[in-house]
Design a protein around this ligand. Structure first.
Ligand code: AHR
Length: 485
């Protein structure tokens, strides 16, 4: 297989490495936050889990849902602990622990080095309540909610830039009355007005989905006041055999293409925006926010299959989606759902924590695959995916890093065959290679054992490298001059 590198085409958007925490099972309570744990830090947060998240270095973190957004009233979970309001978690079961509220979320974001992203309750909340949340977080004046934040011990504003206007509001089974798109756009406009009048600088994310008519109506009405169109994707094995999730990834690629076609129909610069709105319109093009993505093998039991164990095949899927995110500048943000315990790369148990397979590509992509995007053209050989038909064997992405080195991330989803990869645009040289694989595609990690093998070596590159079966391979090449580009 031959892959041709093209000229650098803009920076890779770092926000594609974002994550998400929700009040769902043990993601927050017991995962991120557990004041009774021997690992609890001075804020009652799991120091050991925070250290693991820090290694993954998410630049943005979404909270508090997810579907829990439908019942979430932020004022329940701010201020003195004894005055906070504890409610049943109507969506995921158990109780909604108010001890981890807005200020704790911000503290958590600061600890892991992420920008906060908050999703507001459109289902049982009001535009005014959402605006008060913006004021509590970002207010700098001598006003009620800014002063409330100060009275809770936070003199400096939290500076929350990213705000999701509802979550999956189209979902008829969820609480909420905005599953009719006309009602969603009417209400979302009202939320955005209240919130932007409170802080003109915030960036908004509106709800998109698989339904083209929904997306078109949302953008027709809201394109001038929204920065991102959200899209959620969960692939599944779904009984489709070894290659099942890759069919999901193929569907995601095609959906992303459709969405790019759609957002491209709206002007990059908004011109005819009435000054009577009293806040500026969107600046720059609308971008996609893949603000929930992962593999989720849903099961109709009380945990909905959310405590998912990932195998090595799933990690190849994760790497393939990261290649898509790196290669697609129209995707302005992505949030792996979720960070801990619930469909997550990190499992936190009472006596420690460990990485699932999917954490390993995340770690190395975050470390190596930033800088300028190098489009890479190739025609992948196919692999027989059985029930899901033919699947591309190879997925690639490439970047020119800040120090000029070229990094190429290669996924070989063919579990039976190695594939040679010819890179005629790169000169012969010694190359640093990092290979990730596992003994078997369905191998999993546990607290006792990590199935992922990492192998580093310097190899002689003479125009081609070999991609071993079922592997992720990163190759780092010496800086290329602008003539070579
Ligand atoms: O991430 C789990 C759930 O999946 C989220 O709460 C919801 O937004 C999505 O359907």
């Amino acid at each position: 297989m031959i892959a041709r590198l093209q000229k650098p085409a803009g920076q890779v958007e770092e926000l594609i490495y974002g994550q998400f925490i929700e009040h769902i099972l043990t993601c927050i309570s017991g995962g991120v936050y557990d004041p009774h744990s021997p690992y609890a830090d001075e804020n009652g947060m799991r120091g050991d889990v925070i250290a693991k998240i820090k290694q993954l270095a998410p630049p943005v973190m979404r909270f508090p849902g997810g579907t829990i957004m439908c019942q979430y009233h932020w004022e329940d979970a701010v201020g003195p602990l004894e005055k906070r309001i504890r409610r049943p978690n109507l969506i995921w079961g158990g109780e909604l622990d108010p001890a981890f509220g807005t200020a704790e979320f911000i503290t958590f974001c600061r600890k892991v080095g992420a920008e906060p992203m908050i999703c507001v309750n459109m289902a049982s909340g009001t535009p005014e309540e959402a605006a008060h949340w913006v004021e509590y977080c970002n207010g700098t004046g001598n006003t009620h909610y800014a002063n409330l934040r100060r009275s809770h011990g936070y003199a400096e504003p939290f500076g929350v830039k990213y705000w999701c206007i509802g979550n999956e509001c189209y979902a008829e089974p969820d609480i909420g009355m905005q599953n009719d798109v006309q009602i969603y756009v009417r209400d979302a406009m009202e939320f955005i007005k209240w919130m932007k009048l409170t802080d003109k600088s915030i960036r908004t994310v509106v709800v998109g989905c698989d339904d083209e008519q929904w997306n078109r109506t949302v953008l027709d009405k809201l394109h001038a006041v929204t920065d991102y169109l959200s899209y959620h994707h969960y692939s599944a094995e779904g009984g489709m055999g070894l290659y099942g999730p890759f069919a999901g990834e193929k569907a995601l690629r095609s959906k992303v293409d459709d969405l790019i076609g759609l957002i491209g129909q709206y002007p990059e610069t908004v011109t005819d925006f009435s000054p009577w709105y009293r806040f500026p319109p969107r600046q720059g093009p609308i971008r996609l926010a893949l603000d929930e993505w992962n593999i989720w093998d849903f099961k109709p039991d009380e945990t909905y299959g959310l405590l998912q164990t990932y195998n090595w095949r799933d990690a190849l899927w994760t790497a393939s989606v990261l290649n898509l995110l790196i290669s697609t500048p129209e995707i302005g943000m992505a949030n792996l759902a979720q960070s801990v315990n619930v469909i997550a790369p990190i499992v936190a148990e009472k006596d420690g924590n460990w990485y699932q397979t999917i954490a390993y590509p995340l770690l190395h992509y975050r470390r190596l695959m930033t800088g300028q995007r190098l489009p890479i053209a190739f025609d992948s050989p196919k692999v027989d995916g059985g029930m899901v038909g033919e699947v591309d064997a190879i997925s690639l992405s490439a970047v020119k890093r800040g120090d000029g080195t070229v990094a190429i991330a290669c996924v070989n989803r063919d579990f039976a065959n190695a594939h040679p990869l010819a890179l005629p645009d790169l000169p012969a040289q010694r190359v640093e290679v990092l290979l990730l694989d596992a003994a078997l595609p369905l191998d999993t990690c546990s607290a006792q054992h990590c199935c992922v093998r990492e192998h580093r070596e310097m190899v002689s590159f003479e125009g081609s490298i070999t991609l071993p079966p079922g592997s992720v391979l990163f190759a780092q090449f010496a800086p290329i001059s602008s003539e070579q580009e």
